[in-house]
Design a binder for this molecule. Structure first.
Ligand code: ADP
Ligand code: GN1
Ligand code: MG
Length: 361
């Protein structure tokens, strides 16, 4: 028996499950398995404890938020078992199981009859994505925000991300910096554009809300029956934040005409039809609660989140790929180049985005 086999059989025992039937690797952070017991399916995940230093805080946040969501979903006539995640406890009632410090697991009921959109290819999907994440923000509008905690401190504090980038560049642990001169110059030339959201939060113009903070289309489950967004998943980064993080990150990912790691940059464009469709769906759900400053910064937020993700990928490339899962040599550099290509287009398209937002309001 290998150590991994021992870990797996120990988790199955803790949760009373029969076997692992699938292992998917579509996210960059956690490891996800599909398990079965008595014909029922479960999602079991190894929480990445080098990213989430305190998995107990993560799980407490998730339990609080999903229990709150379930009440709201019932009140609006929805299905609380399919429209949000359900944390499955260990046989002795804990919300996660620690095998050792690198092997902390949690389980959810598996939600079936759903589709996942890895790379968006039509405005209709983006409209539904906007509705899905917008509805999530709306349902959590009166959640008591001081009962949840930051699972990764300063997660979307872009000026701090810039400091981390500079440190990675200076340390250059992987000796790769000399091969990325153009990208480094691009990053450093944008340094003065990074603090509009953090400044707005400090001044009180931008309220802290319960936000998701990782709004890729593959963190939404879409109903196979209706095509509508059904359940927001990947709740590890749900914490106090700005709605601009959610809006910007969703478009960073779903507003592109290509995958996040496409290396043929001629295929990578920011699509204004996708932007408009997402904004329409999102604003239909949220426009009554947003402040003027939030609305003003929507187009900028897409650039900001794209730039931030680009510098995170590039910093990880310099650090030797210790954070994001990579599948090939230079994968994080490819991802960074892809994000910077989008950033250049986003600057050119910012005025058009402003007009679209004004028209939708
Ligand atoms: P990561 O942090 O690695 O992105 P996710 O929580 O997003 O992990 O899960 C990875 C994938 O597993 C999702 O994109 C989805 O396909 C699938 N998945 C996760 N939880 C569920 C669930 N409760 N029901 C159905 N599929 C799920
Ligand atoms: C990670 O876990 P996943 O793949 O949904 C990352 C996000 C990045 C994203 C880039 C906790 O998300 O912040 O935007 O990769 N999650 C964490 O694809 O760092
Ligand atoms: Mg995910």
């Amino acid at each position: 028996m290998t150590n991994d086999d021992r870990v797996v059989s120990s988790i199955l025992k803790e949760y009373g499950l029969d076997s692992v039937i699938e292992n998917y690797e579509n996210g960059h952070i956690n490891d996800t398995y599909r398990c079965v017991s008595n014909g029922k399916k479960y999602t079991v995940q190894r929480i990445n404890t080098s990213v989430f230093k305190n998995p107990y805080v993560v799980m407490d946040n998730i339990e609080r938020v999903t229990e709150f969501l379930k009440k709201k979903i019932v009140a609006e006539g929805g299905d609380p078992m399919r429209e949000t995640l359900t944390v499955v406890k260990t046989l002795d009632g804990k919300n996660c199981y620690t095998y050792d410090e690198n092997n902390v697991f949690r389980a959810y009921y598996f939600i079936d009859k759903v589709n996942i959109i890895e790379t968006n290819d039509c405005p209709e999907n983006m409209y539904n994505t906007g509705k899905g994440f917008g509805h999530f923000l709306k349902l959590l509008n009166d959640f008591p925000i001081d009962t949840i905690f930051e699972t990764i401190p300063d997660f979307h504090d872009t000026p701090k991300r810039m400091e981390q980038f500079k440190k990675a560049l200076e340390e250059n642990k992987s000796s790769r910096a000399e091969f990325a001169r153009e990208e480094i110059d691009f990053v450093l030339s944008n340094e003065n554009r990074l603090s509009l959201v953090t400044d707005g939060i400090k001044s009180g113009d931008i309220p802290l809300r319960v936000t998701h903070n990782d709004t890729k289309t593959n963190n939404l489950l879409f109903s196979q029956k209706t095509g509508l967004a059904q359940c927001v998943i990947d709740l590890d980064t749900v914490m106090p934040g700005s709605m601009l993080y959610d809006f910007g990150d969703a478009l960073r990912y779903g507003g592109s005409t290509a995958a996040e790691d496409e290396t043929d940059l001629d295929k990578v464009h920011f699509d204004l039809d996708y932007f408009e469709a997402f904004a329409k769906g999102y604003l239909e759900e949220t426009k009554d609660v947003l402040t003027p400053k939030e609305i003003e910064l929507i187009p900028y937020s897409v650039w900001l989140m794209t730039f931030e993700c680009g510098i995170r990928f590039l910093a990880d490339h310099f650090n030797g790929d210790t954070y994001f899962r990579v599948h090939r040599e230079g994968h994080n550099l490819d991802r960074a180049r892809n994000q910077f290509k989008l950033c250049k287009e986003l600057i050119e398209k910012e005025d058009k985005m402003k007009k679209i937002v004004a028209y939708l309001m």
